[in-house]
Design a protein around this ligand. Sequence first.
Ligand code: FMN
Length: 319
Amino acid sequence: MATTTTAPAESATSRKPDLSVRFAGITFKNPVIAAAGTFGYGIEFEDIVTLEKLGGFCTKGLSREPMVGNPPPRLFETAAGMLNSIGLQNIGAPAFVTEKLAHLQQKKNVVVIANVFGYTREDYVETIRILNEAEGIAAYELNVSCPNTHEGGMVFGTNRTMLEELVATCKSASRRPLIVKLSPNVTSIGAMAKAAENAGADAISLVNTFVAMAIDASARKARISNITAGLSGPAIKPIALRMVYEAAHTVEIPVVGMGGITTAEDAVEFMLAGAAAVQVGTANFWDPCATEKIIDGLQRWCVEHRVSRITDLIGGLQA
Ligand SMILES: Cc1cc2nc3c(=O)[nH]c(=O)nc-3n(C[C@H](O)[C@H](O)[C@H](O)COP(=O)(O)O)c2cc1C
């Protein structure tokens, strides 16, 4: 009698939970994706991180031509966070395809999401066209939310009409699923999420960084040459979580949540708020293996909480 009552419970906890998630037509082996701009082009991390272990990774924002970005200082550590004003420095989409993607294509089972940026609608479309020609990219993530450029970027992400036009144009140019990365620097995140959905986005991701600043009082100078910069890391987590919750309750398309995730429990919170997957950004600066550790932590969390399929957590916040 004793064996029949204890055996099922033991096997339930020892069975490996299913961490896989599927959205925008892509299967991810787990919901943990490295966030754009914090994981290079993936290959820079391959000596320390097993890329195949990740749900996927987003490349640094790619533009049609190389960009040098903003002058230094461009990074500053704050209480529980980080300010950056990189200004979308990147090698350009053509060099990404020949120098980085060619190498990534030799790896099996790695999900590459190309993060795309432009100053104009034509820039975005041209970048997508260049990437369309290449194999080995699972989806595009449209960065409409960079706070560190004076044109394009966040301008699209804070104006509903411009956002709809941009997403619709990019969707028709793209031969891959389109994830639209929203800016948190808006009054109504729900309205922007809806605009992206209406225009044909396959999924949305949020949040990008919050416009912020830091001052060196003794020098009476801004800590960042651009004066304002984007705030990321644990400092933004509660606001990001609220925004993911609001967006997920406004749209039908999947939501990818991020903002200050450093632990498996953080990731679970975003999934309970409605995220189908999560991205990990600033944590990679503190610990380049953060993504792998969060995946291991999720495995343990699911075992401890008797969750056999991680998808059961999505939107599971109880009233
Ligand atoms: C140094 C740095 C560079 C970034 N570059 C990009 C980028 O190129 N494209 C983009 O969409 N987001 C970029 N981001 C935003 C992150 O992908 C992420 O949305 C944000 O940092 C919030 O997540 P976190 O708190 O986990 O870092 C960058 C963030 C940082 C810190």
